[in-house]
Design a protein around this ligand. Structure first.
Ligand SMILES: [Zn+2]
Length: 271
């Protein structure tokens, strides 16, 4: 992993289109440039955010990246309850962006495969519990606190708890971010526990426990309109040294985002 860290300046040069110095890398695959329409925000251990590509500071619908604030809020509780969900492509009148469905899921696989419906079901159940335990106002404050960086002022004013619609798990335009804003959120020490939990959920047992600087990667889909294939995909991830947020142009899917993240960030096979 040290080699990736030491090559980061070269990688940055390549993305900028500048001549790499002092010598080009031995393996050209280590400096995959961005494709048109891709946007990347990346930071090393110094926490300095580097921005590349197509409008990395412009906000757009965050899609399944909305699962990260849900993990922050309820991840520990959902993991200890060992929640399950069977995605058939439709639930409670709502379609999943994956029309065939995601099949049987637990928290780790729902997060990995980006099943919005699983998080919708679990989120609604959690809010039901908050209402019982804390009441309307405190439940709303809890929700607003976790999602505030992505909400702008799009939540209706008042004290009541909004209905947990699919917009709260990544459909629609309620929750928005940019590669820059998402990376800044991830790097905030307030997210340390969430990041650790994502790593635990998204790496193998062996990598989590034994591999130094193992990568966790969360790819996410943001459906736009009613036609699922015209949405936009994201991927975020970290190996503890490098943390990055990638946004693909419209038309890219979950699998494209996962593949492009691995190419651009030079994620070793098996990590
Ligand atoms: Zn699904």
């Amino acid at each position: 992993m040290w080699i990736i860290k030491s090559l980061l300046p070269l990688f940055v040069c390549a993305l900028l289109g500048a001549a790499p110095a002092p010598a080009p890398p031995a393996d050209k695959a280590l400096t995959a440039p961005l494709l048109p329409g891709e946007a990347l925000a990346v930071a090393g251990t110094d926490g300095q955010v580097h921005l590349f590509g197509a409008e990395p500071s412009r906000e757009s619908a965050m899609g399944g990246l909305a699962m990260l604030p849900w993990i922050k809020l309820e991840g520990m509780s959902w993991a200890s309850d060992d929640l399950r969900f069977a995605c058939t492509g439709k639930w409670d009148g709502q379609p999943c962006w994956q029309p065939k469905g995601h099949g049987k899921l637990n928290l780790a696989s729902a997060l990995l495969l980006d099943c919005h419906l699983a998080f919708l079901g679990w989120g609604r159940a959690s809010l039901h519990g908050w209402l019982r335990d804390y009441g309307d106002g405190a439940a709303r404050a809890r929700l607003e606190d976790a999602f505030e960086p992505f909400l702008g002022h799009r939540i209706p004013p008042g004290n009541g708890l909004p209905a947990i619609s699919p917009d709260w798990v990544g459909d629609g335009e309620l929750l928005r971010t940019s590669p820059e804003a998402m990376l800044t959120w991830l790097l905030d020490p307030a997210q340390d526990e969430t990041v650790r939990h994502c790593k635990r959920l998204l790496t193998t047992f062996k990598n989590y426990n034994y591999a130094e600087n193992a990568w966790w990667i969360k790819a996410a889909y943001a459906p736009e309109g009613t036609e699922a294939p015209v949405g936009r995909a994201w991927a975020v991830g970290s190996n503890g040294q490098i943390t990055a947020v990638l946004r693909l142009p419209r038309g890219g899917g979950w699998a494209d985002a996962m593949r492009r993240f691995r190419e651009i960030l030079m994620v070793p096979k098996g990590m």
